[in-house]
Ligand binder design. Structure first.
Ligand SMILES: Cc1ncc(COP(=O)(O)O)c(C=O)c1O
Length: 463
């Protein structure tokens, strides 16, 4: 079997357990396999993968194991995907069963797809119960842009500083100023950026008490001053994820709703990262009371099997040219396996217990992180909702100067050496465990983070 390592220690794998390191990190098998893999893989792996050089073998619940038998607590859920933990047996079984039945047929309905739609629809309000499926988030973002142009006949889109929407040309054009974007221009015309509602680094120099969400007014200015008034959409993450875990106040989102109602543009919520319980409710928009015209979902919707979709009203999805036969499709869209994994995922979420655990343990973890901020001057801000949390590292709390990249790297490495895995690698440390993580695991992870922060601060103090 691919990836099987028969002589790896297999006992003691408790999905609710603590980290357990048998070797240094990375261990000898990781080092050997990493070198073989690197001989063929492009050198552009994500920072955490490059720095740690771990080769992962399997995972259960909130624990992943490397090929040396080391057990790590997962504080990232991979790319914020494993919301229900790693390899939930019900999802693995559904995939195996469906794989033996039908691996692919282009765009036809299947029983799995019908079941997926019927399980997904009740999680959404009536105006968001017609779907078009895709495989990746970026693909769905691109489709949402086409849809907005198709329905409104406009061509401009407003998006936000620090937004992350994907790596294809259209989705990247929407993104804020990520360094990853540089060197790929020129980007799609018609995209207008506005300031985000970043309360820690307020773009208009105010504080949240009494600011009356002045940043929202600047979006109107962008529309009035920079657009040709041919707005097709405003696209926003209700909580900016990759850009730094920045929850937008409900009033900010309500303001965007009013702008769209006034101009006829579609309000698109990109919930690829915030959906499927990540911020507490099934969908982040539920906490704001603002319903978008289009919702984009992906990531955790099938526990790691690639799936994404756009949800909207039928009249929007049926508008031409988007609604013409074949125009919404793509080779792997609404694949049978994706639908089967999606049905199993939604089945696991149906009684609300996993969402409730995510809310409860997320609140405990947020409290623990706030306590860390009292002890560690490196932490400038602690924020987030549900299991979408972050620490913002600064070199000086008064000036809020972002911590140097080596510090963020040092923290990630020090934490992994204690058995906790993070993604990212910049000064905003995203903490996004699976929603199934136990309170004991979350507090154990926070205690190890405490140690790791102390180590990094001590090394800074010793120069
Ligand atoms: C909010 C948001 N939109 C879009 C994407 C792109 O998704 P994908 O990487 O599946 O293309 C991401 C990925 O992180 C995301 O967080």
């Amino acid at each position: 079997m691919i990836g099987a390592e028969p002589d790896v220690e297999t006992d003691g794998f408790d999905p609710q357990g603590a980290p357990r390191l048998l070797t240094e990190v990375p261990g000898p098998r990781s080092q050997e396999l990493w070198a073989r893999d690197a001989a063929h893989h492009a050198s552009n792996s994500s920072p955490a993968a490059q720095w740690l050089r771990l080769v992962l073998r399997d995972g259960q619940g909130a624990v992943v194991r490397d090929v040396d038998g080391n057990l790590f607590l997962d504080f990232s859920s991979g790319a914020v995907v494993a919301n229900l933990g790693h390899a939930p047996p019900a999802v693995a079984a559904a995939l195996a069963e469906e794989a033996g039945r039908l691996l692919h047929y282009f765009d036809f309905a299947t029983p799995a797809r019908t079941a997926f739609f019927e399980a997904l629809a009740p999680t959404l309000p009536e105006p968001l119960r017609t779907f078009q499926m895709y495989s990746t988030g970026s693909e769905a973002v691109e489709a949402a842009l086409r849809l907005a142009k198709s329905y409104t006949k406009g061509y401009e889109v407003i998006s936000f500083h620090q937004a992350w929407h994907g790596r294809t040309l259209g989705s990247m054009s929407l993104m804020g100023g990520f360094p990853l974007k540089r060197g790929y221009g020129p980007f799609a015309p018609g995209v207008l950026h506005s300031v985000n509602a970043n309360c820690y680094r307020c773009p208009v120099g105010l504080t949240p008490d009494g600011c009356e969400v002045a940043c929202a007014g600047l979006v109107d200015r962008v529309y009035e001053q920079s657009s040709e008034q041919r707005l097709a959409a405003v696209i926003v993450e209700p909580v900016q994820g990759v850009g730094g875990v920045i929850p937008f106040p409900p009033e900010f989102l309500a303001h965007l709703r009013r702008l769209c109602d006034r101009t006829g543009a579609l309000l698109i919520f990109d919930e690829i990262l915030t959906g499927v319980g990540r911020t507490g409710p099934m969908w982040a928009f539920e906490s704001s009371g603002v319903v978008p015209d289009v919702l984009i979902a992906g990531k955790g919707l099938a526990c790691g099997y690639p799936v994404s979709l756009i949800a909207s009203r039928r009249e929007v999805l049926d508008s031409l040219p988007f609604g013409q036969p074949g125009a919404g499709a793509s080779t792997f869209a609404s694949g049978n396996l994706a639908c089967a994994a999606g049905v199993a995922t939604l089945g696991l979420l149906a009684d609300g217990a996993i969402l409730e655990n995510g809310r409860r343990v997320g609140a405990v973890l947020l409290g623990a992180l706030r306590q860390l901020a009292e002890r560690h001057p490196l932490i400038g801000d602690v924020r987030g909702r549900g299991m979408l949390l972050a620490l913002e590292l600064v070199s000086d709390r008064a000036t809020k100067t972002p911590a140097a990249p080596e510090i963020a790297r040092g923290l990630l490495m020090a934490l992994a050496a204690r058995g906790v895995l993070l993604a990212g690698g910049g000064p905003i440390v995203r903490i996004t465990p699976p929603l199934v993580m136990s309170e004991r695991q979350a507090l154990a992870g926070a205690a190890l983070l405490d140690d790791a922060l102390a180590e990094v601060e001590a090394s800074l103090a010793s120069g």
